[in-house]
Design a protein around this ligand. Structure first.
Ligand SMILES: [Fe+2]
Ligand SMILES: [Fe+2]
Length: 287
């Protein structure tokens, strides 16, 4: 997708640089850097992390950082002028003494600062809103929960039910079993999201063990770990993954997805309303 042509101004050559001849002129390919995980690039050139921050691309705070440098611009949908400025500044860091020129990436849809979700993506974003309300309540739940009383057990069991059946089964049924199927699941952006889901499920498993063992400390530890993964995960989906998916889905695919989501909603009946009621009750109790 990207091709970087670098005219030689010195004989300086880095080990990662590849040298080849194209159309009779010397071309230095930066493919190795472009196909490198962004975390590794930032480790080698910390200033690139700062540059990405300036463009509101939060790779420095991303726990994974495995997206390739070449995919960062595509995923974040920068405006053409911003993309040019960003990639020029990155190249000046990697190749400080080279003159670099960039071909312009072809755009199918113009970039927009304001995110406009398609109807199915809007449904997913709305479901996140309820999950975020639950995350806010977790410190209070940890403080209040007593694994020795019926009341305490009822509270935590309802909380686990929300995590497993609303946030995971109901919401992830739409993400993993429907939306992701339209994409190449070997793409780093999908792998990163799936990894988060796996991590969350491991914490839920540990929470269930902790309840069984009446181990409040272990329960609190995994609730905290869970509540630390989710905010960044939701941000990645709302701000990066869903807009990127919307840009790459056809109108027909979006329509099909929306119909499928409605079928899932029907299948789950009043279950989402029951979970909403649980969150509202907790908010009244603790807030
Ligand atoms: Fe997710
Ligand atoms: Fe999600």
């Amino acid at each position: 997708m990207f091709e970087y042509k670098i005219k030689f101004v010195s004989n300086f050559c880095k080990t990662k640089e590849q040298l080849c001849t194209k159309y009779g002129e010397k071309v230095m390919s930066v493919d190795i850097y472009l196909n490198e995980g962004i975390k590794k690039v930032i480790t080698e050139f910390p200033i690139i992390g700062k540059i990405l921050d300036e463009f509101n691309i939060g790779c420095t705070t991303c726990a994974e950082g495995t997206c390739f440098l070449k995919d960062i611009v595509e995923i974040h949908n920068l405006e053409e002028s911003s993309e040019k400025e960003l990639m020029t500044r990155i190249s000046k860091v990697i190749f400080p003494d080279k003159e670099v020129s960039f071909p312009i990436k072809k755009r199918t849809k113009p970039a927009s600062k304001e995110i406009k979700y398609s109807p199915p993506m809007k449904k997913l974003v709305d479901e996140h809103t309820l999950i975020k309300r639950w995350l806010v309540l977790i410190p209070k739940v940890i403080e209040y929960v007593d694994l020795e009383t019926d009341e305490g057990l009822e509270l935590i069991n309802k909380g686990i039910d929300f995590i497993r059946n609303y946030a995971d089964k109901y919401h992830h049924a739409k993400e993993e079993e429907q939306t992701f199927k339209y994409f190449d699941e070997s793409l780093e952006i999908i792998k990163v999201i799936r990894k988060d889901h796996v991590k969350v499920r491991a914490h839920v498993k540990a929470m269930l063990e902790a309840i069984e063992q009446k181990d409040k400390e272990k329960l609190a530890e995994h609730l905290v770990a869970y509540s630390k993964i989710l905010p960044e995960h939701i941000k990645k989906e709302d701000e990066i993954l869903y807009p990127w998916m919307d840009r790459n889905l056809t109108t027909t695919q979006i329509g099909k997805l929306y119909s499928k989501f409605n079928e899932i909603d029907e299948e789950y009946g009043d279950s989402p309303a029951k979970h909403l009621k649980f969150i509202e009750e907790l908010e009244r109790k603790f807030c």
